[in-house]
Design a protein around this ligand. Sequence first.
Ligand code: HEC
Length: 303
Amino acid sequence: MFGLSMSITLFFPSFDFISAESTWVGLDKALSNGRTMGWSFEDPLVRGDGKPLTVILDKDPKTGETIDPPVRAYVYKPGTPLASPINHPNNLGPTVKSLGFSKGKIDQASKEAGAVFTISYADVNGEEWAYPELASVTRGWTVEATLATAGDENTRYVGKGKQVYTTEQCWWCHTLLPEHTQDWQVFGWPPYQGDMNGEMPTAFGSDRKAPDLLHVASRNSSREWMMMHFFNPRLVQPNSIMPRFDYLWGKVDVNGNPIDYAKWRKEYEAYRKGEVAYPPEVPEYARDSEIRALIDWILTSLK
Ligand code: HEC
């Protein structure tokens, strides 16, 4: 199924992850993405099922105390496969692994019981290190209390969104890999090796027909723009070659009303021909739609 060039596009197989220490970005991606694919049919690759939820907490789910600035937590409901570097801690690098065990208690995480993780910092010889912490054990943050504290508005379907990016094959056109060239002035700084520890597929791409997306949310954080651009890129970029991804909205909108795609396109055609002044409105997506996950991932992970 996978040709050589596709493998390079998705995986870039030549890194020695074991000796690289995981960065905050690497931990954030690993804990948000959850169990990513290996080469087994058990992996929930295609549908983006079995993914954790990333939540933003401005209150402690146990004590109710304010957390300022807010922190991210990664919620694994019971049965959700744990993140790759939790199952294979060598992927964290030696120092981060050791902190994750001694302070973070990550060895106590269990798929059956469910788990809540966060990322903490420790001082090692005057240097600050990010490490994963099993907050359900160290802080008593239960899955239910953490989800209830965050509510839907502070919950992001990041892991599922990354999966949509891979399965929709956005990487044929986009990269997630600015290079050490003039690139960084437009697309932001290249990733560090430790940003990718245990991530599979990295999907960082080998061919670019479109802008690099690694830091796209730093230059464009508008959910409305993303919605219009995904529903039909020509709404915001008249000559765009990007395909429309309107089908990621699914059958119904946020209120459960069926989305009439044929009617929408007819009205859009009238607008394109100049018969009416405004294009039809893009439907509000349902909370469990694939487009919500994709935009959640872009705006949360690609900063
Ligand atoms: C056929 C090539 C192609 C594919 C496939 C494609 N895009 Fe694009 N994309 C583009 C181009 C070209 C642009 C530049 C703006 C435009 O023309 O719409 C763009 C722009 C974007 C932007 C805004 C970039 C910026 O710098 O502001 C985002 C975000 C984006 N695409 C995400 C995606 C995602 C997610 C997918 C998969 C679901 C995808 N694209 C699939 C070609 C593509």
